[in-house]
Structures are given as structure tokens and as C-alpha cells.
Write a protein that binds this ligand. Structure first.
Ligand code: AMP
Length: 366
């Protein structure tokens, strides 16, 4: 059975690696001939809107999924006319737009930071009155890893950011003085079966995820239930199939929804070694209508991203419980080129080894 994946980055690569034990094969569509998933599966090089490339990609596939959320929805709808495509294209359309995703979650009764759409200076003024300062101005579409957004502390900064971000298609958001950021990875199967991974604590630096701690320390039963309830609402409303990642700001015992990713997610990489079933394999199981695997954690994990530099592999592998994932990409500043998951049976052992892990990954103090 051949699975088609839109996008050929590391998420696609890890999907394929998780699918091989199930006897699956993979074909990726990516505009870059260097796409790193091409090292572990067939790569069709072409634009997502090139009909010829889409046709070559779709030939003989059993189903299509994506590993990249900025795939044009038209391309996904075109494929969905011919083949099963999961998660549903509607989920992709919602997740691609910061205004739509926040409005959608709000309509399900999920709290969000205060927000206001901005299509020009008048909206900006009204938004600032409603939301207050400090605030963030974000592009509605296409921003990722902290790109396409600005922190606004003064009205002057707001006016400058409006210009710098293109003047329209923006979202103004109240700045949330959160205690921490957490994410919930959930998975829903073809038959509606649902499973949740434990909440994960995520630390960002410069808008990029640096460190995930799983399970997030100090999560109350009530907070866990709240996150699962919110995710359950989204999964049901979207008729979702596959892994869905939701990111939240935690303030006390409240969770404010920040964003969703209709795909496997960086904050779930720890599941490869740190959970009974990885997010990648559960995504595939969901799409294929197979029983979902247990999402129970195996001990305690910390995942650090390798960003713009190659660590000393020998030193990393010498660290007990460390698992190195190198994506086979060329190293460029700011680029995610790999990750390390450190897994230990006891939380105190993980905590003790954490400084060494951060040092090896040359991660900033987070
Ligand atoms: P985003 O791309 O929207 O996830 O934003 C990237 C990072 O910026 C988040 O992970 C937060 O660390 C920070 N951030 C985004 N929105 C807000 C907000 N409304 N309040 C405080 N921090 C934010």
C-alpha cells in the first residue's frame, strides 16, 4: 500500500520510518529536489499547484496525507476528488488561517487570547482599543516559527509593524503573560476512536520550539481533562482523521488556545522513543482504519531541536538514554536539522541530565 505525503520535510521522513514496519511505502511531493524525505521514499519534485506534478504524485496511491500545513487547499481539494485525503481538507483550511482557527475554537467554547482582525489602520486602532498593549500583530496566513509576527509595546510600534507586515490580512492578539506553553497531541481514527498523548510542556526561543518536556510536569487531572475536552470538541467538529496538535498558553489552571496543526507535530517527536506508539505510527494507523496504539508514555522524555548546527554525534550518543535523529538536511542558520530525545525512567534522572542535553544541542537557556 502506497501513501502519498504532501511535503517532503522531516515530518514526512519520520512518517515513512514509522510506516515501514507496517509494510507501507511512501511517495512525497515537494518543490525542492533536496527534500529530506526523498532519502527514505520516492520523491516527486514539483509545485503543489502544478497539475502534471500532482498527477504523477497521485498515480497508484491508496491515500494522501500532508506533513506541511501551508499546502494550497486547492491542491488538497483536487486530490480529494480522486483519492481519500486525511486529515480532512476543511481542517487544513481552518489551520492555515490564524483568524479562522481562533474563531473556530472560540465557536466551540474554547478560550483564546483576545483577538481582532486587521485589514488596515482603522482596524488596528479599534483592535488596540479592544485588545490593549502589549499585543502581537501576526500575519493570518503563512507565518511559522515566529516569522510574520511582531510584538507591539507602543502605538508607534503598532503602526510600524502594520507597514512591515503588509498592512492587511493580519490578526492583532492580546499578549498573554502565560505561565508556560503546553501542547496536546490527539489522534482520531477512521471509525471515530480517539486517543490523547499526555500534555507536553514546550519552551520556545526566537519563536522556534527548542525544548519539549513530556509528560509536562505538574499537570493536574482537571487540566488534563480540560485539554482533552477542548481537543475532543475540535476533532468531532472537523470529522477529523489523523493526528491533531493543539498549542495552548497555560495561565494558572486555564488554557488559552494559540494554534493548531492538522498533522504530526514537533512537540510530539518525543513519542518515537517516549511513548508506547509514536505519533507518526498512530497517524498512519488512524488513516488506514487500523486500531490506534497506546499513547501511554514510557518514562519521562525531553526533546531538544537541533537548530542550525550539527552536534558531536559521539558525544550525544554517549549520553545514556539519548536518541539522535538527524534529518539529512544541509545545515543553515535557524534551520531545524535534527532533534535529540532523552528518555529516562525517573523524572529526577531526566532533570539531572537536562543541562548536558541542552549543552550538546547547543540550545539557548530555555
Ligand atoms: P505562534 O507562531 O503564534 O505560535 O507564536 C510563536 C510564539 O510566540 C508562541 O509559541 C509564543 O511563545 C509567542 N506568542 C504568540 N502569541 C502570543 C500571545 N498572544 N501572547 C504571548 N506570547 C505569544
Amino acid at each position: 500500500m502506497r501513501i502519498g505525503v504532501l511535503g517532503g520535510g522531516q515530518l514526512g521522513r519520520m512518517l515513512a520510518l514509522a510506516g515501514y514496519p507496517l509494510g507501507l511505502s511512501f511517495r512525497f511531493l515537494d518543490p525542492s529536489p533536496e527534500a529530506c524525505a526523498g532519502q527514505v521514499g520516492e520523491l516527486v519534485v514539483g509545485g503543489f499547484l502544478e497539475e502534471g506534478a500532482l498527477a504523477r504524485f497521485a498515480e497508484g496511491l491508496s491515500l494522501v496525507t500532508y506533513e506541511f500545513e501551508n499546502v494550497p487547499v486547492e491542491a488538497v481539494r483536487f486530490l480529494a476528488d480522486h483519492l481519500p485525503v486525511y486529515p480532512p481538507p476543511e481542517a487544513l483550511a481552518v489551520a492555515q488561517d490564524r483568524l479562522l482557527e481562533k474563531t473556530f475554537m472560540q465557536s466551540l467554547g474554547v478560550p483564546t487570547p483576545p483577538f481582532h482582525p486587521v485589514e488596515g489602520p482603522v482596524d488596528l486602532e479599534e483592535g488596540l482599543r479592544r485588545v490593549g498593549l502589549p499585543a502581537l500583530l501576526k500575519v493570518r496566513q503563512g507565518g511559522y516559527d515566529g516569522k510574520g509576527q511582531a510584538l507591539l509595546r507602543t502605538e508607534e510600534e503598532a503602526r510600524e509593524a502594520l507597514k512591515a507586515l503588509g498592512g492587511q490580512g493580519l490578526l492583532l492578539e492580546g499578549y498573554v503573560p502565560f505561565d508556560r506553553e503546553v501542547s496536546l497531541l490527539s489522534v482520531r481514527g477512521l471509525g471515530g476512536e480517539v486517543a490523547f498523548y499526555p500534555l507536553v510542556e514546550n519552551r520556545h526561543h526566537g519563536g522556534i520550539l527548542r525544548l519539549s518536556l513530556a509528560p509536562a510536569p505538574g499537570v493536574s487531572e482537571a487540566l488534563k481533562r480540560k485539554a482533552e475536552d477542548y481537543a475532543g470538541r475540535a476533532l468531532a467538529a472537523l470529522g477529523y482523521v489523523g493526528v491533531l496538535a493543539l498549542e495552548f498558553f497555560q495561565v494558572g489552571e486555564e488554557l488559552l488556545f494559540n494554534e493548531m496543526a492538522p498533522r504530526v507535530h514537533n512537540s510530539g517527536h518525543w513519542t518515537i522513543e517516549g511513548a508506547e506508539t509514536s505519533q507518526f505510527q498512530n497517524h498512519l494507523r488512524a488513516l488506514l482504519g487500523l486500531p490506534l496504539g497506546s499513547t501511554a508514555p514510557r518514562g519521562y522524555s525531553a526533546m531538544v531541536n537541533l537548530i542550525g548546527q550539527k552536534p558531536d554525534f559521539g558525544e550525544v550518543l554517549r549520553l545514556k538514554g539519548a536518541h539522535l535523529h538527524w534529518y539529512g538536511k544541509s545545515v543553515r542558520p535557524g534551520r531545524k536539522v535534527g532533534h535529540i530525545t532523552l528518555r529516562r525512567d525517573r523524572p529526577q534522572d531526566l532533570e539531572e541530565a537536562l543541562p548536558r542535553l541542552l549543552f550538546l544541542a547547543q540550545a539557548p537557556a530555555v
